[in-house]
Design a protein around this ligand. Sequence first.
Ligand code: AKG
Length: 277
Amino acid sequence: MSGLLQMQCLPEEKDIRFFEENGFWVSPKIFSDEQLEKIIARQDRIYRGEFETGREPVCNWLEGVDNPRALRKTDNSHWSDSILRTVATDPTIGTIAAKLMNADVIRLWHDQLLYKPGRGTGKETANVGWHQDFVYWQNCKEPTLVTAWVAFTDVDLSNGCMQAVPRSHKWGLVNVNNFFEQNLEKQQAEMELPDNEVFKPVPLVMKAGQVSFHHALTIHGSGANATDTPRRSMAVHLMTGDTRYRDTPRGRHFNAQILNGNDGDLYEGDAWPVLYP
Ligand SMILES: O=C(O)CCC(=O)C(=O)O
């Protein structure tokens, strides 16, 4: 989507050190306003249940059927639409992820199209509770994964931008972890932190077209969209080339089901497109 690799967007050595220390990093603008206009049109098409490729994504929110106040979370929209696929497989995003994770290969794990509606008069249902992505990815042996969160609209605290907790990627899996929890204060109060660490979330304020990156163990979440306009984005969940399948008694992640493999198998093949090199 970004065409030629945008060299000026790549992290410098100091940015890589920042990511290693804090577990997140925000890129300059990667997608132009013109590109975003087309991307947003395709996002709306998905919500109308129109799939360019004929293949349905996983758990799609449907216009006229589902709660208009709810967070829309559609997994693997890249199965369904060629333009959304170019976002999920963007080479600039792949190159940045490789640098931040010090990896030779970056593959797509899965994408997640997100839409946080503007606040209505009803009860808030579109917060994202504090969680670490890796808690949902227990079918991966190690936390060798990173998320690129592509802002389709400007985001700040007024419309529920994502917030990340610095250093939390060094804490292992914490005791409180739930994407769907609406009460973030309660979660924070119940969270047990390692000695000498503090829970101090940082808002990831961005212009449309910028991309934030967070490690699979970084605690993050987001609050209410108190504006009249929706907050739109795509979370592009990525893995390094050495990510392997782990057999667990817990339910298999929908992407692990595609592999149909044995404990220790590499995630590789067409189902997990290569973004880098
Ligand atoms: O969009 C949000 O507020 C949260 C997204 C998220 O949890 C993620 O990208 O991993």
